[in-house]
Design a protein around this ligand. Structure first.
Ligand SMILES: *Cc1c(COP(=O)(O)O)cnc(C)c1O
Length: 395
């Protein structure tokens, strides 16, 4: 068999190697606590499950869904964007529609690249970052240009540092705030500068909003579409996965630029046939839930965050509480590498975390802890981390 060259453009999947390390530890009898993957352990809210039970019995839902999402779902998305961000969107279908259903945000983030990137085009990709942005850029023959995210800049990229000739060749700028993996947040001022930059160079701003509902300490994350005129240059990707514990349901939506939604629709209508209509109904129910549902859940994550930060500090690790997301992004002890420390943590304490290099070379020197683990197990992990031996020596 001769697979396509583009398959070889994907770096060897670090996470597959990590899974093997984890499986080997479990086989040795180690009681492994997985804090690697960001997959919420809490259940989907009951009203959403109830709506799904009812919707799955409707024969009309057993047929092909509408490509761009059902009108009722697009309206529910628009109503959510109005209520939550004060952003008015046209929920019509293409070509003027500003909302499109997705089979999860990951699907939309992948396909938007196919809709905009030709061979040789540049895509501005944050590093560390969600790997989908750069991987699909390479699949399309494009060139990812690294935007390093550094602690001293609050993990925001320095857009002024992008050379003008690179910016002119760029088709897409990917941003993601609240950020995976760093937990950093961005305010509207940052989005204003990003919209200006994209307008100046005719770049599509793709904002991955996966964690927009997961913030702490009084911070409320904005939508990039709150910037006046942003919809001329921006499309935003929302998902039900993280806020409503619906990772397995595969549902999200894109909104903003009607031209970008339409171009995305061309790729999608030739690839998939939209999310199951019953899932869209259940998701509409989720988007209309009262804010208390999310608030109660944030309280769970906040408690877990503070517990884990305390344990890490006891172990001499300079952990900072993030203002958003479900992750802690922490420096590894001096003299250790990301992968070395993650392996040692697994060996010595059975706690499984992801090395920062899983999110790009700039992640070297960090590791990521996910808070999506039941309280009792997370407490056990915190106890084990707090008593972790210091590094044997600087390696
Ligand atoms: C989880 C995640 C997604 C994907 O969400 P789905 O809707 O489940 O596909 C997208 N972006 C980031 C940064 C994520 O962490």
């Amino acid at each position: 068999m001769r697979v396509a060259r583009r398959i070889a453009t994907v770096p060897p999947y670090l996470f597959a190697a990590l899974d093997r390390q984890k499986a080997a530890a479990i086989a040795r009898g180690v009681d492994v606590i997985p804090l690697g993957i960001g997959d919420p352990d809490l259940p989907t809210p009951e009203p959403v499950v109830a709506r799904m039970r009812q919707a799955v019995g409707v024969p009309a839902h057993h047929r092909y869904p509408d490509y761009e999402g059902s009108p009722a779902f697009r309206q529910a998305c628009a109503a959510y964007m109005r209520r939550r961000f004060g952003v008015e969107l046209d929920p019509a279908g293409p070509p003027r529609g500003e909302v499109a259903a997705l089979i999860g945000a990951k699907e939309g983030l992948a396909h938007i690249v196919w809709a905009f990137v030709d061979p040789g085009d540049v895509v501005l990709c944050p590093d560390p970052g969600y790997p989908v942005y750069a991987t699909h850029t390479r699949f399309c023959g494009g060139e990812p240009f690294t935007l390093p995210l550094r602690a001293e800049r609050g993990f925001l990229p320095d857009l002024d540092a992008v050379p003008a000739e690179v910016a002119r060749r760029a088709k897409i700028l990917f941003l993601n705030y609240p950020n995976n993996p760093t937990g950093a947040v961005a305010d509207l001022g940052f989005f204003e500068r990003a919209v200006d930059f994209c307008r100046r160079y005719d770049i599509l701003l793709c904002h991955d909003s996966a964690y927009v509902e997961i913030t702490y300490d009084g911070f409320r994350a904005p939508s990039v579409l709150e910037v006046p005129g942003a919809r001329d240059v921006a499309i935003e990707f929302h998902t039900l996965s993280k806020p409503f514990n619906m990772t397995g349901w595969r549902i999200g939506f894109a909104c903003g630029s009607s031209a970008a939604c339409a171009a995305l629709g061309v790729v999608k209508s030739n690839t998939d046939s939209g999310p199951f209509t019953a899932v869209q109904e259940a998701a509409s129910e989720a988007l209309a839930l009262p804010p208390e549902v999310l608030e109660a859940q944030l309280e769970v994550y906040r408690r877990r965050r503070d517990l884990m930060v305390g344990a890490l500090r006891q172990a001499g690790i300079a952990a900072e509480p993030p203002r958003g997301s479900i992750y802690l992004w922490c420096p590894v002890p001096a003299g250790e590498t990301s992968e070395g420390f993650a392996a040692r943590l697994l060996d010595e304490s059975g706690v499984f975390v992801t090395p920062g290099t899983g999110y790009g070379p700039q992640g070297e020197g960090y590791f990521r802890i996910s808070l999506t683990c039941p309280d009792a197990r997370l407490e056990e992990a915190a106890d084990r981390i707090a008593t972790l031996r210091p590094a044997v020596s600087a390696r």
